[in-house]
Write a protein that binds this ligand. Structure first.
Ligand code: ADP
Ligand code: MG
Length: 324
């Protein structure tokens, strides 16, 4: 099977929203009046972001999910994506499953594949997503990292540390029952991008980021970009729904490190003014996504972790860095 047959067979589908899809030198998107296009790319490399033998359907899902998570963090509504794919060889059953996982998630978000590139090489998947953000009275509604203000509440969506726990089980550093492992493995291999929450938080949150590299690291980006600090109440986080019973029972040695520094969660961390607590709840309900208040934005600088007695806890941010 040649390159073009492969594209036609596994990736080309009728265009729904884009002005032009797969088949020409460029695709064409037609932004609606009064909107901006949010753009983000993420690359997944074998051995670095996934195991060589990972289930291809999950890989298709995750490749797009990590990109949609960036749109979510910006409050952008997904429109379309491109797929640049390097494949060691043409393995049709693998491609069929990869495309299935990819399109299942794409369809769930009405996000269409409009182009890409296909080449032979070590397995590598690079997706670029395009999303839409309204501009109201000349002001972009995009959620940025830079909008946090001292006094804001700090929130996180969903749960933290489960994907990291799954990785630990794969590495032999922890053991779980089959059902527990299936649950955390799902979090690692098939993360849920919080797109609906991001959209619902437009005009409510002051700043947002997605948690791809660990809460402390990604929150750190917000704090740096906003020129503020934060206080996190560690015990409250551990006792909240932001930490699953599976992680709590897996062993105290994994808390708080997996919660604070575990990567691959793809939750949203965001700040909002105290006056917007009801709006945050409403956004969470609308998006059917749990959120937990985990701290407060301060004048800073820096991030302070507090224990149950309100005493500072020494903990390092060991957010994931490919070159550190
Ligand atoms: P060019 O060489 O002009 O960059 P190609 O011949 O590589 O274009 O690709 C032909 C068409 O197929 C283009 O429209 C391109 O966007 C699309 N395409 C290539 N690879 C993929 C892929 N993996 N997924 C979706 N579309 C793809
Ligand atoms: Mg090409």
């Amino acid at each position: 099977m040649g390159e073009f047959d492969l594209i036609t067979r596994y990736f080309k589908r009728p265009t729904r929203r884009a002005a032009l899809g797969i088949g020409d030198d460029c695709a064409l998107l037609q932004p609606r009046p009064g909107t901006q296009i949010a753009i983000s790319s993420d690359m997944l490399v074998e051995g670095r972001h996934f195991f060589a033998d990972v289930d291809p359907r999950s890989l298709g899902h995750k490749s797009l999910a990590v990109n949609l998570s960036d749109l979510a963090a910006c409050g952008a509504k997904p429109l379309a994506f491109t797929l640049a794919l390097a494949l060691p060889k043409v393995n049709e059953p693998w491609l069929a499953e990869f495309a299935r996982g990819l399109f299942e998630l794409a369809d769930a978000h009405d996000c269409e594949l409009i182009g890409g590139d296909t080449t032979a090489g070590p397995l590598n998947i690079c997706i670029t997503v395009f999303g839409e953000v309204p501009v109201i009275n000349g002001k972009s509604q995009a959620l940025l990292r830079s909008g946090a203000k001292a006094g804001d509440d700090l929130y996180v969506s969903g749960t933290l540390g489960d994907a990291r726990l799954a990785l630990e089980v794969f590495r032999g550093g922890a053991s779980l029952s089959a059902a527990e492992f299936a649950a955390v493995r799902q979090r690692m291999e098939r993360p849920t991008p919080r797109v609906a929450l991001g959209v619902a938080l437009r005009g409510v949150a002051h700043a947002a980021a997605d948690v791809s590299d660990g809460l402390l690291g990604d929150l750190g980006h917000i704090l740096t970009a906003s020129g503020v600090g934060a206080e996190l109440r560690l015990t409250d986080i551990h006792n909240s729904i932001a930490v699953t019973p599976i992680l709590k029972s897996a062993g105290a040695c994994f808390l708080p490190d997996f919660v604070l520094n575990g990567g691959d969660d793809y939750e949203l961390v965001f700040t909002a003014p105290v006056s917007a607590r009801a709006d945050v709840l409403q956004a969470a309900n609308l998006a059917q996504t749990p959120v937990t208040r985990i701290g407060t934005v301060t004048i800073g600088p820096g991030l302070v972790l507090l224990d149950a007695q309100g005493q500072p806890v020494a903990l390092s941010s060991r957010s994931f860095d490919h070159f550190a």
